[in-house]
Design a binder for this molecule. Structure first.
Ligand SMILES: *Cc1c(COP(=O)(O)O)cnc(C)c1O
Length: 411
């Protein structure tokens, strides 16, 4: 871990308070130190695999500067929309380091990806057939549905038998017929079974299915195991055990390569793993409100900025960083949106006063990227800490942003 020592120090509480004073709240802060640390952790865990490729799944956080940072670290990019492909190219990724893995998009959008020259993973037979007819010499990957129930909850479990994702591994004969009929070649085999997978068994089950399928296709460049790496959201929370995963996968992969005969890369596509813990979301406490049952801390944000607790019942740690030594008391932290928007229910937090700054952790993945303008609120600004310095990487929105695409007609 020598490389780690050269990276600047992590974010500290005082620094967060300073940044909230400097940039105002609500505010997203991303610590590049943490992103690099995670990237190196993953690389080291799989260091026995010579052709390892890490593709950052950018839907977790698409700020261009985060993409550029990961590009510089040597990462590739996993994208799910043509807009993400374009952002990746803008961030400097070589087209062949970008994989486009869309679901239920039009053939038109996939043709654009061909124009950009990026790699493509297709996940249904209808598109595979249309694609093969038009681009029989543009090899693609296929996304397999291994029929595995994995993932932290049903919204993020995407590899089971009733899921809309992937081509069933029972449909391989049909797929082969399409390939024969069109002359299209398969360059990769892909799966992604969900997010928040803490049970390694599900990875392994899927891996075995992929290795088996790959043996049937002679032109494979890569096997792509997707992601689902779980990070801790609270103290003593479970996380994906990278080392045992690596021990198993490395052995299986090496024996596969020997049997297969030619060089194949192994790809992982972590999103959450790389950026979740780098993010801090700072909010100001507008009001403390006592009801008959509860003490609410009402903050200057809501599910318009931070959806995961409300949408997925996700747990995010909340800390009172402006009164860290205050007496611990119970609060329910809520937003200012005119709907129920609870960040944390019945949490033990250092005494909260109006005007305090709360820090919500694990705010780097699926937080800003899922934000909206609901209640006509502005989206917050984003700051990145790089080499110990802070940089604003996105301006706070203004009324102009809300009105940008409005066309006023004579009423
Ligand atoms: C979302 C997604 C990922 C990343 O998942 P994480 O849980 O954030 O690591 C990887 N691959 C594909 C195809 C995805 O859609």
């Amino acid at each position: 871990m020598k490389e780690l020592e050269k990276i600047s120090r992590p974010v500290y509480r005082e620094q967060l308070i300073q940044l909230s004073n400097k940039y105002g709240t609500p505010l997203y802060i991303y610590d590049s130190y943490q992103i690099k640390k995670q990237y190196i952790k993953m690389k080291n865990a799989f260091s026995c695999i010579k052709n390892l490729i890490i593709n950052y799944a950018c839907k977790a956080n698409t700020n261009l500067n985060i993409l550029k940072f990961l590009q510089k670290l040597g990462s590739g990019l996993d994208t799910v929309s043509i807009q993400e492909v374009e952002l990746g190219l803008k961030a400097g990724f070589h087209p062949k380091k970008i994989i486009f893995t869309p679901n239920c998009v039009s053939i038109k959008e996939i043709k654009k990806a061909v124009d950009f020259g990026v790699r493509i993973n297709l996940d249904n037979l209808s598109i595979l057939e249309q694609f093969g007819e038009d681009f029989s010499d543009y090899s693609v990957g296929i996304r397999i549905n291994p029929h595995i129930m994995a993932g932290g909850n049903s919204k993020i479990s995407v590899g089971h038998i009733d899921s809309k994702f992937g081509i069933s591994h029972y449909q391989i004969p049909h797929m082969k017929r399409i390939l024969n009929n069109t002359g299209l070649k398969i360059e990769g085999i892909h799966m992604h079974t969900g997010s928040d997978i803490s049970d390694i068994k599900s990875f392994l089950e899927g891996a075995n299915i992929l290795f088996k399928i790959a043996m049937d296709f002679p032109d494979i460049d890569y096997i792509d195991f997707g992601s689902g790496f779980k990070v801790p959201y609270k103290k003593n929370d479970i996380k994906t055990d990278l080392i045992s995963l690596s021990n198993f996968i490395t052995e299986k992969f090496q024996s596969f390569c020997k049997d297969y005969g030619s060089k194949v890369s192994l790809i992982f596509e972590p999103g959450k793993f790389l950026v979740s813990e780098s993010g801090y979301f700072l909010v100001n406490v507008n009001v403390i409100k006592h009801t008959t049952s509860t003490v609410f801390a009402g903050v200057d944000s809501g599910f318009n900025h931070f959806l995961r607790p409300m949408f997925y019942d996700a747990y995010h740690c909340i800390e009172n960083i402006s009164n860290p030594n205050g007496r611990l008391r119970f609060y329910t932290v809520v937003g200012y949106i005119c709907e129920s928007d609870t960040f944390g229910f019945n949490r033990k937090i250092a005494e909260i006063r109006e005007g305090d700054i709360l820090c919500i952790k694990n705010a780097g993945a699926y937080c800003f990227s899922m934000s909206s303008n609901y209640n006509s609120r502005y989206r917050p600004s984003e700051v990145m800490i790089l080499n110990g310095k802070d940089f604003m990487i996105r301006k706070r929105e203004t009324m102009q942003d809300l009105l940008r695409n409005i066309i006023e007609i004579q009423i």
